[in-house]
Design a binder for this molecule. Structure first.
Ligand code: GDP
Ligand code: IMO
Ligand code: MG
Length: 423
């Protein structure tokens, strides 16, 4: 039985949480494969908004099993808060949420190192979420990290101490003014590890292998987006994991020939939070309208998201790198009322017209070339069927499907679970 993937195709915050929640009824298992609490996945139903950071977005469904895979980095402090936020709902967390022994731990000093590194970079900072993601993945690939499975060993506190001491020396090396009380941070960390230990730690690759043999349906949930991928994103303004399809293989132990559908999700426009190039970014009233109507504030940090027109050059690249088989277009409702819509179909790159994503997309090298389309004025948020969608929106969708050569199967018209149109 194949494993399906759900991935963000832009700079994150495409609406992955919402769509995983919508699709969970078709799956037995939802498994997160990379990233950590830098992610903020929003779900809305029954008038309540939930934001998940590490816990897979299938957690609210009675019959789904949720797995935090080996490719994920876990901050026990944030994880504990996420669990507490779920306390008031009738969820049997212990039997519905399993954690890979091979997932890495974010230490308090990883967060401090993230802050020190960003401060030292000054204007060139990545605009990281300051959740310790970069330093934790650096320790993973540097072969120094601590894993969830270590917590089952008697000497884990000594291992912790040695690593934290090394980190403290490294923080000193940055020579920046970072205020912290490690004793306090550690008290919180050790306390939350006790909470984490209540859950089952598993060999998730073996679990998923057996589940596949039993014919269970598995959906792998991505975090961030393709343009934040450590290899294929807008480096160095990226996150520290592979957010693209290959990341699901390494982040869960799924063999490439077991991948089924690759569901790619994108906003009808573009947003980005944090630093880095963004060719179609708007600094005018249109961008301001997208941000206001779309309520574009980061689900993890609350920072305003930068907004701009849809970048088809970047989207094509993401479709290609991931092998997307089905598309989902989010937030079409936010574009209602725009008289004209622009889609970037090519770049002017150092004086030449190109239609692929070049090595460097900084503003001094790249200027977007736009196609204009007619907008629509209807409110989409109450629509439930594809036949209700305005002609201009259908033309927008048809144009994208033709360019991307992949069908758009879902059109999302609002944040709620029910505001989802299947085509
Ligand atoms: P994720 O990180 O990909 O899960 O996305 P986020 O949750 O960070 O950001 C998406 C935001 O858009 C959330 O606030 C969602 O509630 C909201 N959202 C999702 N789909 C739609 C939609 O179709 N229309 C509108 N207006 N909001 C949406
Ligand atoms: P979800 O899963 C949007 C961005 C940060 C920063 C860069 C590196 O909710 O889509 P990091 O903390 O990973 O070192 O930050 O990546 N970033 C995200 N932007 N959505 C996310 O996750 C993000 N996770 C990280 O803003 O620019
Ligand atoms: Mg998000």
């Amino acid at each position: 039985m194949a494993v399906d993937l759900l991935l963000g195709l832009q700079w994150g915050d495409e609406g992955k949480g919402k769509i995983v929640d919508v699709l969970t009824k078709n799956y037995d298992i939802i498994a997160r494969f990379q990233g950590g609490p830098n992610a903020g996945h929003t779900l809305e139903f029954d008038g309540i908004k939930h934001v998940l950071h590490t816990i897979p977005s299938g957690i609210f469904h009675k019959n789904s099993m949720n797995i935090v895979g080996n490719g994920v980095v876990i901050d026990p402090v944030i994880f504990k808060k996420e669990l507490e936020a779920l306390n008031k709902y009738d969820i049997d967390i212990k039997s519905k949420l399993l954690i890979s022994r091979k997932a890495h731990l974010i230490l308090p000093t990883h967060r401090l190192l993230d802050a020190a590194s960003e401060t030292a970079k000054g204007k060139a900072k990545i605009g990281s979420t300051l959740k310790g993601i970069g330093p934790t993945y650096m320790d993973k690939t540097g072969r120094n990290g601590m894993r969830i499975g270590d917590l089952e060993l008697s000497d884990w506190k000594e291992k912790y101490r040695a690593l934290a001491n090394k980190h403290e020396a490294m923080i000193g090396f940055y020579n920046v003014d970072i205020q912290y009380d490690l004793k306090e941070l550690e008290a919180e960390f050790f306390d939350s590890i006790n909470t984490l230990k209540v859950l089952s730690f598993i060999d998730s690759e073996e679990y998923l292998y057996q589940a596949q043999k039993e014919g269970k349906k598995i959906l792998a949930e991505g975090a961030q987006g393709s343009l934040l991928d450590i290899d294929f994103g807008t480096y160095p303004y990226v996150t520290s994991s592979n957010t693209t399809a290959a990341g699901a293989c390494t982040g869960l132990g799924i063999a490439p020939n077991q991948i089924g559908e690759v569901k790619g999700i994108f906003k009808a426009y573009t947003t980005r939070v944090g630093s880095g190039p963004f060719p179609t970014e708007l600094f005018d009233k249109d961008g301001e309208t997208m941000g206001r109507v779309g309520n574009e504030f980061g689900a993890t940090t609350g920072r305003p998201r930068r907004c701009g027109w849809l970048d088809l050059v970047a989207l094509k690249y993401a479709v290609q790198v991931n092998g997307v088989t089905e598309l989902m277009m989010m937030k079409g409702d936010v574009l209602s009322g725009f008289k004209k819509l622009k889609i970037c179909t090519a770049y002017n790159y150092k004086g030449k017209t190109i239609s692929h994503l070049p090595y460097n997309i900084e503003a001094e090298n790249v200027a977007p070339i736009y196609t204009e389309m007619k907008g629509w004025s209807q409110d989409l948020t109450k629509m439930t069927k594809a036949v209700e969608l305005p002609n201009e929106l259908n033309a927008y969708i048809d144009f994208l499907e033709k360019e991307l050569e992949v069908p758009i199967k879902i059109v999302s018209v609002g944040p709620d679970r029910t505001q989802t149109i299947h085509r």
